[in-house]
Design a protein around this ligand. Structure first.
Ligand code: AMP
Ligand code: MG
Length: 704
């Protein structure tokens, strides 16, 4: 009847034990405690060993808390001291939804009775979803003493944390468990608390009489809203400094990791990747002396003095076709050999006379073949109409440089194929996940009529198609609702780990929505407070796109995926504004340069020795009409750039000037647009005919 017993797990955190599990004694000690003092209440705990790594610890915990097979209790042992590698509390704290300082006090108080060194432990305890998580010291003795101090109370805590749907509760074991623990729920709040109690963060940290003292400087704390603080406590103006677009781009470039190298077979799938290592020809092209024309292979003299002229009637001694057939007989002086374009010259031959310079002199007796042919010219020089071996591609010559893009034009693939290159080292294209956020969103193809404040999710399809057109592998991460709290965090974690909807782990996550100033704008707090990410900027002075947010999240690949594929240890999150035009503009402006760097586009040194530019190509265009200016922010005005055939100049017009034309919610402002016109802040208007910069989204349109 394990089903009505509480389920626990023991996570040993130790570099040593993870190398050699036999060195661990804690798992046995604690398991024995469970069986001797709680076998009626607890199923035999699962155990696992991880190194002193925040990510391994977090991954193990989430595996035991986030899925349908969540456990009631996780005990961690080790990594709670002051040594540099001790980071168990740092790994556990961000995962905890509700802290339980009482358990911490209980453990420390009990240990202090035994040794003052109890002060040297930094335990944390609390509840994630329905699971109680407690850290214990790493020594078997310390772990056991700490656990014993609170052991009898744990069933009660776990049952409360589990809420009404705990199987243990349905099994009717509450009273029994409480009796065993020596506690009673009489007078306490009912065990059957309703709803998502774990979302109502308690503020019990400050209870008691200790005067609270900050251990961090304000600059070290998350700047994001604490979503649990409620609307009255949220910031009314974004606390993030407003960066210029250039400052934001610089930060993105600095924080984007260097590209990873993969070796791929030479196939059409290489198109759009960047060469990671100079490529040298494995074979010469041509591999033999080949004819450039259809005609007759001859022995041409260096000059009239050194040999007989090629002019005259000659017997046709052999025939060479462009095929891999066997060896050719050497050409005897005074004879010629018929040869086709690309075919190998017979030995001794040194030039080819094109068929146009010859006439048939006589046929064989059966009339089917040429017997003799007359060559009409005496001007043939040695090597004429011959491609020497390696004259197209010399053996071991460099055919492609690191940083070269393999284009769809075909030249690069052609070089690789011709030279017999089998595999090539290229930079790995980043995989990009796209997540929409918001309670109001409905799938764009949902057949039901919209009601209330519902809107169709247009950002996901528009962003995914843009990314696919750039050639990046994408993952559709679906919609994360603003409520219940935790859904967004889970979606992001799944995307990073490549579980759930994300079948493969992504390098870059793009979210839209949830970065404005509303109380349900959860992106920033989730990234900072739950995922341990760093927000590099949260506001940019531009129109549209002001709330654009960029963050990095440290990530430790699991050992299994590490073996099968290379994974990045820093993942990027671009949290773009929800408004559809803003989302697309900022995707082009901020995400593309980062993806370019990840795919190795920055590795090419231009003639001036500087890395080639990333992101959209920037050109100068003439304004076809006057444009209004924003007094403060640079506007990325959606425009159409045409190339005039009559005067050879480029002209830009707006996709919609009047009224709501450029409003950030109007995704139509990007329909038919091929450029973002960079309009610097100013008063009034910028005149027709002015020269402005344009970032090209697509090809220029030709007009008369
Ligand atoms: P938010 O940043 O979440 O406040 O969103 C700003 C605006 O963009 C709101 O009007 C949202 O309804 C809208 N929006 C958010 N996400 C999407 C989406 N995926 N597709 C279309 N509109 C969206
Ligand atoms: Mg929203």
């Amino acid at each position: 009847m394990t089903d009505d017993k509480l389920k626990a797990a023991i996570l040993i955190v130790s570099d040593t034990a993870s190398q050699d599990p036999s060195t661990d004694k804690v798992a046995d000690t604690l398991t024995t405690l469970f069986s001797t003092e709680g076998s009626n209440t607890w199923a035999r705990p699962a155990t696992k060993i991880v190194p002193d790594s925040v990510f391994d610890i977090q991954r193990a915990i989430c595996d035991w808390t986030d899925g349908p097979n969540w456990l009631n209790l996780i005990l961690l042992s080790g990594g709670t001291g002051f040594a540099i590698k001790d980071n168990t509390p740092e790994a556990v704290s961000p995962l905890i939804h509700r802290h339980a300082p009482g358990l911490v006090h209980g453990m420390i108080a009990a240990s202090l009775e035994i040794t003052p060194f109890a002060m040297m432990s930094r335990p944390v305890a609390g509840v994630r979803d329905k699971t109680l998580i407690i850290t214990l010291p790493g020594s078997p003795k310390g772990a056991k003493e700490n656990l014993q101090a609170i052991f009898r109370l744990l069933p009660h805590a776990c049952i409360q944390a589990a809420g009404t749907d705990s199987r243990a509760i349905h099994a009717g074991g509450v009273k029994k468990l409480e009796a065993e623990a020596g506690v009673s729920s009489g007078g306490h709040q009912s065990v059957a608390r309703h709803g998502h109690h774990h979302h109502h963060h308690d503020h019990s940290h400050g209870h008691g009489h200790i005067v609270p003292k900050a251990h961090t400087a304000p600059s070290e704390r998350p700047q994001s809203n604490d979503p649990n603080a409620g609307p009255n406590r949220r910031y009314r103006e974004s606390p993030y400094p407003m960066l210029s677009v250039d400052e934001a781009l610089k930060l993105i470039c600095e924080q984007t990791p260097d590209p990873l190298v993969v070796e791929l077979p030479v196939t059409t799938a290489l198109v759009g990747t960047v060469i990671a290592e100079d490529v040298y020809a494995a074979e010469a092209v041509p591999a033999y002396r080949a004819s450039i024309v259809d005609g007759y292979a001859v022995i041409a003299p260096e000059s009239a003095e050194t040999g007989p002229t090629t002019k005259g009637v000659f017997p046709v001694a052999s025939i060479s076709y462009a095929n891999p057939g066997g060896t050719l007989p050497p050409l005897e002086p005074g004879t010629i050999a018929r040869i086709t374009t690309g075919a190998p010259l017979p030995p001794n031959a040194n030039a080819v006379v094109m068929v146009e310079d010859t006439v048939l002199a006589s046929a064989t007796s059966d009339g089917k073949e040429e017997a003799t042919v007359e060559i009409l010219t005496g001007d043939i020089k040695p090597n004429e109409n011959v491609r020497e071996p390696g004259s197209d591609i010399a053996l071991n010559s460099r055919i492609l440089h690191k940083g070269d893009l393999i284009t769809a034009v075909g030249g690069e693939i052609g070089l690789l194929a011709a030279s017999g290159t089998k595999t090539v080292k290229v930079f790995k294209k980043p995989c990009v996940g796209v997540l929409s956020t918001g309670d109001e969103l409905v799938e764009h193809d949902d057949p039901k009529q919209l009601h209330g404040g519902q809107i169709r999710d247009s950002n996901r399809p528009s962003l995914l198609s843009c990314l696919a057109s750039w050639g990046f592998p994408t993952v559709d991460l679906g919609i994360a609702r603003d409520t219940p709290v935790g859904e967004l965090e889970r979606s992001l974690r799944d995307a990073l780990r490549g579980v759930g909807r994300a079948k493969t782990s992504v390098d870059v996550i793009i979210t839209t929505g949830g970065v404005s100033m509303g109380e349900l704008d959860l992106l920033k707090p989730t990234i900072e407070r739950s995922l341990g990410g760093t927000i590099h900027f949260g506001r940019v002075s531009m129109k549209p796109g002001k709330p654009t947010t960029f963050a990095t999240i440290p990530f430790k690949p699991s050992s299994s995926t590490q073996q099968t594929q290379q994974e990045r240890e820093t993942k990027l999150i671009f949290s773009l504004p929800g408004n559809p035009a803003s989302a697309l503009v900022t995707l082009n402006l901020f995400v593309l340069p980062s993806l370019h760097k990840l795919m190795g586009m920055g590795e090419k040194q231009t003639a001036l020795g500087v890395p080639s530019t990333l992101g959209l190509p920037l050109i100068s265009v003439n304004l076809a009409h006057a444009f209004p200016l924003d007094p403060k922010r640079t506007e990325y005005h959606r425009g159409i750039v045409t190339a005039s055939r009559s005067d050879g100049r480029l002209y830009a017009s707006s996709t919609g000037l009047e009224g709501v034309g450029q409003r950030s919610s109007r995704v139509g402002s990007l329909a038919s647009a091929n450029a973002l016109l960079v309009l610097r802040p100013g008063t009034g208007k910028i005149e027709k005919g002015s020269l402005v910069e344009a970032l090209m989204l697509g090809p220029v349109v030709a007009v008369e």
